[in-house]
Design a protein around this ligand. Structure first.
Ligand code: AMP
Ligand code: MN
Ligand code: MN
Ligand code: MN
Length: 289
């Protein structure tokens, strides 16, 4: 059974529509997919409708990826099996959306001052109705030739300390975990090795995530060394966190794809270990046959 619990649609900074995303998942033999847009649940309804209408063999997990503040780090917390209409969750999303919007305006202002005008408008047009992210700014800046590639545009303009970087006070990590629980979901620490933390700080993050009642952490990601995957699996055991896996798919590219190279080391306990069997499609199929 192929499981991918981290992906983006154009409800945030993914490039595929929710429809294209679920169709691609099926074509890639994925059995279970979580759509986890940045601070948004707007893609879920369309994805679910397409699955029903086209009778796709895919279990959709309602997800979200919340950008949070922990000390002075931006930590991403994935919520799995959340109720998208939960009031506490919708309130949090509304607040984060306002923060994203005002940050985007300020980013545009700073870039304009640095003689690159119109970037807010360009990024906003790419984001459409969706949650506006730095990835939209990056796409627009690459389009106008301000830098040749995504990583370069982040290095030059968008990462901490650069012209277009605006620090922000997102919801706290503890609050995000709490709201995910209120919405009936499980809170997963996303890509722990992407925060440029030393091992000492990583351990502190695991400790505090667990203390804040976090449920799981991502262990398997598409692009990752076997050593890193095993290390994360060992940490998940040590800190008594369940293990999740996901591609963090944003667009069709050379390296990353839905369901690609995803499996947990044997020592890890999967975040889905106690999910109801109707969610585990292939198991259901086996029962019926
Ligand atoms: P935001 O949540 O608005 O700060 O945007 C963060 C998003 O930008 C991430 O989810 C990635 O999709 C993208 N991103 C962040 N850093 C980089 C980077 N160094 N290179 C490419 N994409 C990045
Ligand atoms: Mn993203
Ligand atoms: Mn993330
Ligand atoms: Mn993500």
């Amino acid at each position: 059974m192929l499981i991918d619990l981290h992906s983006h649609s154009n409800a945030s900074d993914g490039q595929l529509t929710p429809e294209e995303l679920v169709v691609r998942a099926v074509n890639r033999q994925v059995d279970m997919l979580a759509i986890t847009d940045h601070d948004s649940v707007d893609g879920l309804a369309q994805a679910r409708q397409v699955i029903i209408e086209q009778e796709l063999k895919l279990t959709l997990i309602n997800g979200i990826e919340i950008t949070t503040n922990w000390l002075n780090h931006e930590i991403h917390v994935v919520g799995l099996n959340i109720a998208p209409d939960n009031e506490a969750l919708l309130t949090l999303i509304e607040t984060q959306k306002d923060k994203r919007e005002s940050r985007a305006v300020e980013m545009g202002r700073r870039l304009a001052k640095a003689k690159i005008p119109g970037v807010y408008e360009g990024a906003k047009a790419l984001a459409g109705e969706g949650a506006i992210t730095r990835a939209h700014f990056a796409r627009y800046l690459v389009e106008i030739g301000a830098a040749p590639t995504f990583p370069k545009v982040f290095d030059k303009y968008l990462s901490r300390g650069n012209t277009g970087y605006v620090p922000h006070n997102w919801v706290s990590m503890e609050e995000a975990i709490n709201v995910i629980h209120l919405a009936g979901g499980q809170a997963v620490l996303a890509h722990p090795n992407h925060y440029h933390l030393s091992n000492k700080w990583m351990r502190r993050l695991f400790t505090e995530f667990k203390q804040a009642d976090g449920d799981a952490m991502e262990v398997a990601m598409g692009q990752q060394s076997p050593q890193m995957r095993l290390q994360l699996a060992m940490w998940s055991k040590e800190y008594d966190l369940l293990a999740s896996q996901g591609s963090d798919f944003h667009f069709v590219g050379r390296w990353r794809d839905l369901g690609k190279a995803l499996h947990l080391p044997d020592i890890a306990k999967p975040v889905w270990f106690d999910w109801p069997s109707y969610l585990l499609l292939s198991e259901k199929k086996e029962v019926i046959l």
